[in-house]
Design a protein around this ligand. Structure first.
Ligand code: 8YV
Length: 329
């Protein structure tokens, strides 16, 4: 039998995933689940055949240029690969794989939850009921009023798997689907969602009531919702982001929320995680979550299975099924 590949996992994964990985590979686990320092990542890539990082590990040029000759695969535990310097990996012939598909529905559920929660002030109401300082004085016809979802226009930025899964849910809630994507979708898919395509993101932003970010973070989408574009939104508009914080200019978003120039935001991701801009947290118009859209036990196990399938294919000398090509992004 051929030698098992040395696999270094940077964070604690579900037990079933770790057990299976230890059966199949010469696996080094991170039992403490403390994020590795850059120095520890450099040590890891010097000895591993395969590295399994997560969104919290910066696999940048400095790390990759110090990788040992054995390192051939970075099997990212996550769908977004903006934590990995793909160009340097390619130049050094290191394959990169991700975990697409298995967190689509969970992420779309959380996106929909935020689309509902922010305009309907769900978090505010729940916090009010729990706060021992506020004694509920009873119902009133003009109190805690939010805004109707039904019939509003949702503008989805990025109509990939997750964007479409959001569209499917949103349609059931009576939202009208608008979208911006690099490529227009085939007619039959557009028809399924009764979706309106906007080649111009600027034009879409002036017309929609809720914007949902569902694109990856790449050099091309960094601050796609720039200060200028955010100012195109109607004052009654909401922004929801379950993709990556870097896609939005957060400072401008905070400013617009403070001045009431937009109505609210539902944010599961932030520019400098785990540091969150305090101005966003101070705003009652914001529902903030700690990067948990894909955080289901089922999803994490599925992600682990994907990682295992990719490593196994690589170890058996086959092309890993979820290889990420720079041109795909
Ligand atoms: C994970 C994510 O929490 O897959 C992604 O892109 O952001 C999340 O699902 C994270 O990636 C785990 O590494």
């Amino acid at each position: 039998p051929t030698k098992k590949p040395v696999v270094i996992v940077t964070r604690k994964l579900p037990d079933v995933v770790e057990t299976r990985m230890c059966e199949l590979f010469d696996t080094k686990l991170n039992v403490e689940d403390k994020p590795m320092t850059q120095a520890q990542l450099v040590e890891a890539v010097k000895t591993a055949d395969v590295l399994v990082p997560t969104v919290t590990d910066r696999i940048d040029r400095a790390v990759l240029t110090q990788a040992g000759p054995r390192l051939r695969l970075i099997a990212n535990f996550g769908t977004g690969v903006d934590n990995v310097d793909l160009d340097t990996a390619r130049n050094r012939s290191i394959l990169v794989t991700n975990t697409p598909g298995v967190l689509t529905e969970d992420t779309a559920d959380m996106t929909m939850a935020l689309i509902l929660a922010v305009p309907r002030r769900l978090a505010e109401g729940a916090a009010y009921m729990r706060d021992p300082a506020t004694k509920w004085s009873g119902w009133s016809p003009t109190w805690m009023l939010g805004h109707r979802i039904y019939g509003k226009r949702l503008g989805i930025i990025g109509m990939g798997r997750i964007g479409r899964a959001v569209a499917r849910r949103a349609q059931a809630f009576g939202l009208q689907i608008h979208y911006h994507n690099r490529r227009r979708l085939p007619e039959d898919i557009e028809a399924e969602f009764e979706a309106t395509f906007w080649e111009s993101l600027d034009q879409m932003l002036t017309r929609v009531d809720i914007v949902s970010i569902n694109c990856p973070h790449t050099p091309a989408t960094y601050h796609l919702l720039s200060a200028r574009r955010l100012r195109l939104l109607k004052p009654s508009a909401y922004v929801v982001n379950t993709a990556r914080g870097e896609v939005i200019d957060e400072n401008e978003l905070a400013r617009l929320l403070e001045t009431g120039a937009i109505a609210g935001a539902g944010l599961d991701v932030f520019e400098n995680e785990p540091v969150v801009n305090p101005r966003l947290l101070a705003s009652e118009r914001v529902v903030a979550l700690p990067h948990m859209s894909s955080a289901t036990i089922e999803g994490r196990i599925d992600m682990g299975e994907k990682v295992i399938i990719n490593i196994k294919a690589f170890a058996d000398g086959h092309a890993p099924p979820d290889r990420v090509h720079v041109a795909m992004l």
